[in-house]
Design a protein around this ligand. Structure first.
Ligand code: SF4
Length: 323
């Protein structure tokens, strides 16, 4: 039996649309609309989709940095959706976020030592002497040096700043780290260094990751299982091998066709997605992917497909697999 660390059930996050002088609610942007997923202890779960599909909102709603509209979040056997603000702050020792833009997330007026020790101070961990030692250990753990502690964020490159962001997140010895597009802002050559570092830290510190990205090639490198999101919902979820070798959902097939292949002689047909992602404030009826889907059938325009296991834990929400 898998050891489930995080279980998310029917998670929804609707943002109200207000209009008029009285700012009345006239509708909702359904950024996350009934997401269900489980992450096992020690694994990396990749969450992928185009920008605006709700993947970052899902990550932040799980951490309750954005308050979910409804749903259940079980973390390490506890229902964290019902925790008070103070109780939730205590949970942040175990659940940390690594941001996409490390520069924006690091206060430029603080030294690296102050930035890394700050979460430990908030959580009342260690004496000042122990914290200093810990900061130096963390810097070395992420491939920097103890002498970097007295420097400021602007003195570092993008890749180094992301290493500092990771060190800051790891200071509390979390169980789960939600990595929100942690390499999207970095050069491709630096991306693989940071991904390798995350993998190495996972093994060393027995971490569990949720890895959010818009690029299926980035997620492939690091994930054990992958969920593909479209307009606030997971449309396909499976182990990595099955998803990359036999993608079922037409949206996943299109995303994968855009991933460059190493062998230029390999047969590789790019599927061009027509049109833009529709607005989550006014999603299409039935399958929300139907206006862009080349396999669209009549039923797709009226009935929303349910995410179903079609064998070996490979789940897909598409009428093509209803037989
Ligand atoms: Fe395409 Fe229909 Fe499947 Fe949606 S349900 S992805 S429209 S075939």
């Amino acid at each position: 039996m898998p050891d489930v660390l995080l279980k998310v059930s029917h998670l929804k996050k609707y943002f109200p649309i207000r209009a008029g002088l009285l700012q009345k609610t006239v509708g909702y942007v359904k950024a996350v609309d009934d997401v269900n997923l489980e992450i096992n202890r020690g694994e990396t779960f990749g969450l992928v989709g185009e920008s605006g599909c709700g993947k970052s909102t899902t990550g932040r709603s799980i951490l309750r940095l954005i308050e979910p509209t409804s749903g259940e979040i079980q973390f390490d056997g506890r229902d964290i959706h019902s925790l008070s603000g103070a109780q939730m702050r205590g949970m942040y020792r175990d659940m940390q976020l690594v941001f996409q833009d490390p520069y924006a997330s690091l206060n430029p007026r603080k030294t690296i030592e102050k930035l890394i020790e700050e979460p430990m101070i908030i959580h009342n961990m260690y004496t000042p002497g122990e914290r200093k030692k810990k900061v130096h250990e963390l810097l070395e753990l992420v491939g920097l040096n103890a002498y970097h502690a007295s420097r400021y964020p602007h003195e570092f490159s993008g890749g180094q700043r992301q290493r500092i962001g990771i060190a800051r997140a790891l200071g509390l010895q979390p169980k789960l780290v939600i990595c929100d597009e942690p390499v999207s802002a970095l050069d491709v050559s630096i991306q693989s260094q940071v991904l390798n570092l995350l993998k190495q830290l996972q093994q060393q510190l027995h971490l569990t990751y949720m890895f959010i990205a818009h690029d299926l090639s980035v997620v492939k490198h690091i994930s054990d299982r992958v969920g593909v999101m479209y307009l606030g919902r997971i449309v396909e979820l499976s182990d990595k091998k099955s998803l990359y070798e036999k993608p079922l959902h037409p949206y996943t097939q299109a995303l994968l066709s855009a991933v460059p292949v190493a062998n230029p002689n390999a047969k590789h047909e790019r599927i061009i997605l027509e049109g833009d992602v529709p607005s989550p404030a006014n999603p299409p009826t039935g399958c929300t992917f139907h206006p862009r889907c080349s396999a669209c059938m009549d039923i797709c325009r009226t009935e929303r497909p349910v995410l179903r296991d079609i064998g070996d834990g490979h789940m897909v929400a598409c009428h093509l697999y209803n037989q």
